[in-house]
Write a protein that binds this ligand. Structure first.
Ligand code: PHE
Length: 330
């Protein structure tokens, strides 16, 4: 019996299948319903002594598997072949595979990931926030009064049917969402799209990206904020001239804007400041115990400087010739 099995095994292995006709002959020879070699072996199994039946059953099953495999492999190789019935059809393993084109990361994504990496290194946690916001998270809780110009229909995309719902105008709404749910201390970074009803130009768009960072703890000071911004800018640019310009935001006090000196001009890249006690009150954090800083960074602006571009529209044109130049590093 062993010899017989060995012989069949060899026959299966050596059977040359070049065409679909060969395949059919092969199938009938081994698995044919009436006279297939393996089919007959299965039939004989019942005549074998019960002790040996188990062992031989296993062996025959193996043979069947091998046969089936061989059939499957042929099918797989020829499934897209137009010459299925061509008697001379040959499988040529030397034909090179079809190459899959691999894209590259978008320059803004590369920059976002780089910023996330830098903040992870200094203990920040990354969180996401919704782009569709309500008035309270985007404005009221951030101490933005009801008649503030940014709430104007001309500046914010409100939902016509429900003016309480809007496309967030900044990522500062993430501060509110996070602070409402968590007790300090925390260091948070969030990056995402924001929307403003602005005319499209080389420096502005109705949609752009912001990175929001905030750090709340006991005794957080303005110098912590300056140090953090300094760390970010020097990590991205090496040595760079930056300045903090006094400014105003309803949700920070004091507030500042940060500019970078580049090509003989100062370019504004972010707003920042110490979280206003009124904001803490709105999210039930004790302003007597905790203090913190927050900043909102314009990603496209930063990308213009880093990649030496002049017009932010280039990031949204989807011109592959431009996009494919970017590697994960800069
Ligand atoms: N949200 C502000 C803006 O979009 C930026 C900012 C964030 C300012 C955090 C201060 C603190 O202009």
């Amino acid at each position: 019996m062993d010899k017989k099995i060995e012989k069949i095994k060899k026959e299966i292995k050596c059977f040359h299948i070049k065409t679909y006709d060969d395949l059919e002959t092969f199938r009938i020879k081994f698995l044919g319903k009436k006279k297939g070699i393996i089919t007959i072996l299965f039939k004989e199994l019942s005549k074998i002594h019960i002790h040996k039946r188990k062992i031989f059953g296993k062996i025959i099953n193996e043979l069947k598997k091998e046969t089936q495999n061989k059939i499957n492999i042929f099918h797989y190789k020829y499934k897209n072949d137009d010459h299925k019935n061509d008697k001379d059809a040959k499988f040529d393993p030397t034909i090179p595979g079809k190459s899959v084109e691999i894209g590259s990361r978008h320059p803004l994504s590369i920059l976002n990931n780089r910023i996330i990496d830098l903040f992870m290194k200094i203990g920040f946690t990354y969180v996401d926030g919704p782009e569709i916001e309500d008035d309270w998270h985007n404005f009221t809780a951030l101490n933005i009064p009801i008649f503030h110009p940014s709430r104007d229909m001309q500046d914010t995309f409100f939902l016509c049917k429900n003016p309480d719902i809007l496309l967030r105008t900044h990522t500062s709404s993430v501060q509110i969402r996070y602070m409402k749910k968590h007790k300090p201390p925390f260091r948070i970074l969030s990056i995402g799209k924001v929307y403003r009803n602005e005319t499209i130009s080389s420096r502005s768009n109705f949609m752009f990206h912001q990175a929001e960072g905030f750090y709340i703890d006991k005794k957080v000071s303005f110098s912590n904020l300056k140090q953090t911004i300094h760390y970010l800018i020097t990590s991205l640019f090496g040595k760079a001239k930056i300045r903090f310009r006094p400014s105003y935001f309803p949700f920070t006090e004091p507030s500042a804007e940060v500019d970078i000196y580049c090509n003989n001009e100062w370019i504004e890249i972010m707003g920042c400041g110490m979280v206003d006690p009124q904001v803490f009150k709105n999210v039930n954090i004790d302003a007597e115990i905790y203090s913190g800083f927050a900043f909102g960074l314009g990603i496209e602006r930063l990308a213009l400087i880093i990649y030496k571009m002049k017009d932010i529209r280039i990031y949204f044109d989807n011109d592959i010739r431009f996009l494919k130049q970017f590697k994960s590093e800069f």
